[in-house]
Design a protein around this ligand. Structure first.
Ligand code: UDP
Ligand code: MG
Length: 155
């Protein structure tokens, strides 16, 4: 096991609905440490880069329209096995299949408007963090609480 960093985007629907604070609280309360946070407006080029695996899908134009319709809040969250932990907190892509207690399961009924993006593997996370954050925008701050979020040999 290891401390990992993962990239989270709170999508335009989360901003429109005024639930970004609630979602950030869940991330903090789980014990994850926020080491980067910024508001960003995506454009077509950034969407194409970020969703390159979906270019050509029938829903892709609508996805771009949605993701560029308002800013997103980007976060880098750090913690033991953060990539897997945050993916599981999000729940499946189609929020109607997402269990209650997950972010998508509690806040969405949609596949497209599913509130949150999270990196799906450690390799993807490294690329996605670098896509949205310069090194100087990530802070390796010492959080006293970290002593209790996972034991030393779990980090
Ligand atoms: N999406 C969509 N329709 C689909 C599949 C995906 O609108 O049929 C959107 C949705 O917002 C999703 C994003 O495209 O979160 C990225 O899709 P991916 O398969 O990577 O799902 P995720 O990793 O976000 O769960
Ligand atoms: Mg994905």
């Amino acid at each position: 096991m290891a401390e990992e960093r993962t990239l989270i985007l709170l999508k335009p629907d989360a901003l429109q609905r005024g639930i970004t604070g609630k979602i950030i609280s869940r991330i903090e309360e789980r014990g994850l440490q926020i080491v980067g946070l910024r508001m960003i407006e995506l454009d077509d080029v950034k969407c194409k880069e970020h969703y390159s695996h979906l270019v050509g899908k029938p829903f892709y134009p609508k996805l771009v329209e949605f993701m560029t319709s308002a800013p997103v809040i980007a976060l880098v969250a750090q913690g033991a096995e953060a990539v897997k932990v945050v993916r599981e907190m999000c729940g499946p892509t189609n929020a109607r299949n997402a269990p209650a207690g997950t972010i998508r399961g509690d806040y969405s009924l949609s596949t497209q408007y599913n509130v949150i993006h999270a990196s799906d593997s450690l390799e993807t996370a490294k690329k996605e963090v670098a896509r949205f954050f310069a090194d100087v925008q990530i802070f390796a701050w010492n959080r006293e609480l970290s002593k209790f979020t996972a034991a030393e040999d779990e980090k």
